[in-house]
Design a protein around this ligand. Sequence first.
Ligand code: PLP
Length: 446
Amino acid sequence: FTPDPAEGQRVLGLDRAHVFHSWSAQAALNPMLIAGGEGSYVWDYDGNRFLDFSSQLVNTNIGHQHPKVIAAIQEQAALLTTVAPQHANAARGDAAKRIVELAPDGFNKVFFTNGGADAIENAIRMARLHTGRRKVLSFYRSYHGNTGAAIAATGDPRRWPNEFADDHVHFFGPYLYRSSFWATTEAEEAERALQHLEQVITFEGPATIASILLESVVGTAGVLIPPPGYLEGVRALCDKHGIMLILDEVMAGFGRTGEWFAFENFDVVPDLITFAKGSNSGYVPVGGVIISDPIAATFDERVFPGGLTYSGHPLACASIVASIDAMKEEGIVENAKRIGADVLGPGLRELAERHPVIGEVRGLGVFWALDLVTDRATREPLAPYGGSSPAMVELLGEIKKRGVLPFANFNRLHVVPPCNVSDTEVKDGLAVLDEAFGVIDKHYTG
Ligand code: PLP
C-alpha cells in the first residue's frame, strides 16, 4: 500500500459532509481513516499500520481479507450476485448445511437475516409464536442489536432512548467481580443469580414468558463468563416453565471463545441460536437464526410471518461457506483456544500484576476484558457506567499512538483480536498495552 495523505483528506471530507454515523452526535466526530487491511492489521492513508485488537466490532474472526473468502465472494459474484429469498440456491443451501453441521443434534434449519439485530428479532418472533406467549426476559448488562425488540431486550444505556417494543423484562446475571448478590464465590454467584431469576419468573408469571434471551458469554457489556452451573440452571428453569432459551452467539460464536459456539463451554443446549459477525467475519453483511426441530415444526403447516429481501444473499452465503471451510482447514478455532490459554490470558494476567488499574482480567479464547479501577479495594470503575473518563480517553490514545486498535466500553478495555492472530502479534500487542498502562497508572488512587 502506497500512502496517499491527499486521498485521506478527500475521504475525511466526504465522510464529514455526507456520512451519518451510528450512536454519535455528528458535529464533533473525527473518525479514524482506514484505507485497507490484511490479516490482523489495518492501515490508514498516511502509511500507519495498526494491529487490530478490536477485530473491528468483534467480527473479523478470520482477520482481514482472508484470500479463500475473498476468492469465494469473487467466484459467486461472477456467477450470481443476488437471488430472491423464495428461490433455492446452491450457496444458500451449502451455507445452511455448514451451519447446522456445527450446531448440536436437533438443529436442522437456518433462517438467514442481514445481521445480528434482525436475527434477534426473528428468534423472538419464533419463540413468541411457538409458545403463544409474549414476554422476553434478558440481562441487564447485555447488547442484542439496534432494531425494535432487539434494542428493547438490550441491557445497556443504548436501550433508554429506544424502548418502543413491549413485553421486555430485565434481570441481573452473574458477575462476581461486581456481584448484585453479595456473593464471594462463583458457586454462590451462580446459585443466587438463579434464585433471582426464578423469583423474576414467578413474579412476571411463568405462563406469560415466551423466552429467556441471553448472550452465552456477554460481550460488549463486559465479557462476562457464566460461572459453572449457571446456564445449566437457566435451561432447567426454562424446561420447568415451557420457556424457550435463545442463546445469542452473534459476538461470542464462531470461534471467539475457542469453541464454534460459546455455549459449548457449558453443558447447555438452547432452543434457538442467533449468529452473525464471526460466521463470515462480516465480509458481507449476514446473520441468522439456527432453529431447533420442535420450533421449526411449528411452521411446517403454519405460515412464518417474517422475511427479508436479502435473506440468504448469495454473496453472504458463499462467504459463510468459505469462511467455515477456512476455519476448519486452518484450525482457526483451535488457535483461538490455544492463544487464550497459553499466550493472551497469561499475558494479560501478567499486565495486571504490574498495573494496579487492572482490577480484573477475564476471558476465554480471543475474548477478553480488563475491568479497570481507580482503587482495587473499592473497585471504583475508571469510568462511570454509561460514560467515559479522561483516564480512559488517555489510555485509548496511548494504545493507538503505539499502533494498536483498541476496543473499549465504559471502564473496560476489551482485548479481542482475530481468532487466527499469531503468538508474535499477541506479544507485540501486549507490549503496547504494557506501555500504555504505564502512562495511565497515575490515575490509580487506591
Ligand atoms: N447480539 C450481540 C451479542 C451483539 O454483540 C450484537 C452487535 O454487537 C448484536 C446482537 C447486533 O448485531 P448487528 O449489529 O449485526 O445488528
